[in-house]
Design a protein around this ligand. Sequence first.
Ligand code: BYC
Length: 355
Amino acid sequence: MYGNDVIDPNEPLNAAETPDYDAAAEHDDQRDGRDAVGDDFDALLAADQRIEPRDAMPDDYRETLIRQIAQHAHSEIIGMQPEGNWITRAPSLRRKAILIAKVQDEAGHGLYLYSAAETLGIDRQELLDRLHNGKQKYSSIFNYPTLTWADCGAIGWLVDGAAIMNQVPLCRCSYGPYARAMIRVCKEESFHQRQGFEILWNLMRGTESQQAMAQDAADRWWWPALAMFGPPDTGEAAKGGHTEQSMAWGIKRFSNDDLRQKFVDMTVPQAEKLGLTLPDPDLRWNEERGHWDFGEIDWDEFWQVLRGDGPCNAERIEHRRRAHDEGAWVREAANAYAAKQATREREQQQKESAA
Ligand code: BYC
């Protein structure tokens, strides 16, 4: 649990601080006693055991994981840009240090996830090519601009909060390397979410214009954060979706709408604590359902962003391609060093076996 000085550290502020996370993190891996289960894919799934890279798996399962894990990895590294935009302008040294650490964490998450995808037999360079040429997606949320400092607060609170709600069940994903990466990622995201909450908390206790800045950021990020969970479970949009199959395979544990509802239920009371008004006139507690009702998401806008026509799509990809090109010398140097080390080790082994 990460404390901070503005809210009770024992009060869960995101899904990684709830018993759901503890239960997922303590998943009982019984593959050592696998005689009882065997190596059969369906039997492993039925016994809630993890599929590991060495196991046989259906091609479609492998492809679905590559698609989702790659999209997730791309989201982490593209997701560095909106907040990275504020590193030089963070309002204090303390804020700058925290923001640098947070953005670095996102890079680290990208690396764990590319490594997890590589265990499925695909090369990292190939995945990056697919990102750069638009064949693979990244999360819609990162195509929105960060106009003020308060956006860094709104991203931490809402975007990381939504990401954690989606990722805690992924700690129980049937594919071992992805599930294990998520256990660590969620804990780190939990710190991110608290720091975002704290930014907004302080702004809301500041001057009138600081309060207005925080409210404006919440107004702009609320709906895109809800859309992040993906298209609805029913209606036309659900027809081409992957949820049913992914749930049958134990990749997804909840549908998009179920996670969205959990996020709304957790976040509305936090907005009240902050003193922010969420920009939805239809938001009201439904006693019968035991959930918050909320208004209709603009799905046309969501699909438009996915097609590449969001406010920042072109800028994000252009920046990413440039960063990749400018980093070519680092990759070349790392490869040359690895090759030199391998040659040395080989020569050493030859010497030892000749002796
Ligand atoms: N954006 O059938 P569905 C972070 C696509 S970063 C774009 O529900 P699925 C952070 C979907 O791909 C964490 N596309 O699909 C970093 C599919 O299209 P394709 C980001 C979306 O895969 C920096 C189509 O819509 N988290 O925390 O079963 C700073 C139909 O959807 C989106 C993850 O990546 C979207 N929002 O479920 C701060 C979570 N939603 O592929 C924070 C991992 C849907 O057929 N991913 N689509 O062309 C998942 O959990 C799942 O992939 C999704 C979608 C729930 C997102």
